[in-house]
Design a protein around this ligand. Sequence first.
Ligand code: GDP
Length: 459
Amino acid sequence: MSLQTDTIAALSTPPGPGAIGILRMSGPDAVRIAERCFESLGPKALQDHPPRTLVYGSLLDSGGAPIDRALCTYSLGPSSYTGEDTAELQCHGSPMVLSLGLEALFAAGARQAGPGEFTKRAFLNGRLDLAQAEAVGDLLEARSREGARHAAGQLAGALSERIGGIWSALVDVMAHFHAVLDYPDEDIDPFRLEELDTALADQEGELSALLATCGRGRLLRDGVACAIVGRPNAGKSSLLNAMVGWDRAIVTEIPGTTRDTVEERCELGGVPLRLIDTAGLRDTDDPVERLGVERSRRAMEEAGLILVLIDASRPAAEEDFSLLRQAVSLAPAILVWTKGDLPAAPCPVGRYEEIGCPAVTVSARTGYLDELCNEISCAFPQDLWGGYGEILTNVRQEEAARRAREAVRRAREALTAGVTLDALLTDVEEALSALGELTGQSVREEVTDRIFAKFCVGK
Ligand code: GDP
């Protein structure tokens, strides 16, 4: 348990008017302060109700005058989010009421909470490990359903359990080594050595499998880079706008309007995407447009998915075929026939089919994107995302897992080379320490400070 002697308070809902605003406190005086700033309107005072019940009453300002009708609830540590005594006031979401209420809590002895301080206290009090605490941040910032589901899985302990399995297997190996060290005069049974090597190899494999999830974690966090390419006026900006649901990019009938790449995030077919609207690909003498065209080509080269747009209402051009061929050679690509609401121009479908790329029809004007949604889901099926919460989602986790794997690898090499057992033990200890950083068992204070500083105030 940490020894926090002060009580923190913060607004835990977004600033600005809303239906409900929540003031939250945690610390040894949380309930006493709540009693001073909240008057129950029923026959019983707040503390005469059992913890975790909602009590109806008046929120009082620092002078004791009522400022709102509110609901109050309290929890007693260690059975609370932070592990400390906590109290929550659910008020009307008026910025003025909430600011007066917060002032009242400060006047009664609470202090303003720092960013992520509630969750940090939960971590310090052992209510969450570090991977779970990071999941709280990921959950708040999730930009896709898959991202939210993974964060929820990690918060429920899926990643911690997976790491725990590796941890406990390595502790077993350590116990074996220590047993051998306790009898230095006896030769180590070669069978025993082989067994230890197998155990280490298994955990090296587990760590490699865990590290292999980083790519998926990155996709969830950053989205699949999705380049929207095509000739000028193919409908790229209109499609981007239809996909994100607002007018992000400028749309005109003048070819060459989009000169730089425009990026926006969205989710389509359950897949988090980072859309990149590119300058129309054509030969041009305009130096600014030419730079844009170059960027478009680069966006295509770096993309995880390429949407090749062809205006279905106009006759196809040779450039369309060559662009499609190029896209298919670079990344998973989808041929998107645009302007499906207009009469289609005759088109040599066979030539596109030869290129062997899925094709869909959309209309940005009517908002018809169903076929595209389905095709994107097929390109990134759900099982690609793996068990919910069992993946590494940030660089800190990736780096610690990598160090753990390197240390296990070194231990195996040492074992094969016949190095003394205590040197070998140092490697396994290092692996355990790196794993401990993942869950926070052996993490340095400045690292935790950095993690929680990224949270919002009130969480
Ligand atoms: P870009 O140059 O490829 O980005 O193309 P824009 O999105 O700027 O669109 C070029 C022109 O096609 C504009 O006049 C749009 O209004 C029009 N356009 C784009 N999408 C559609 C569509 O789905 N249906 C119709 N009828 N017109 C569209």
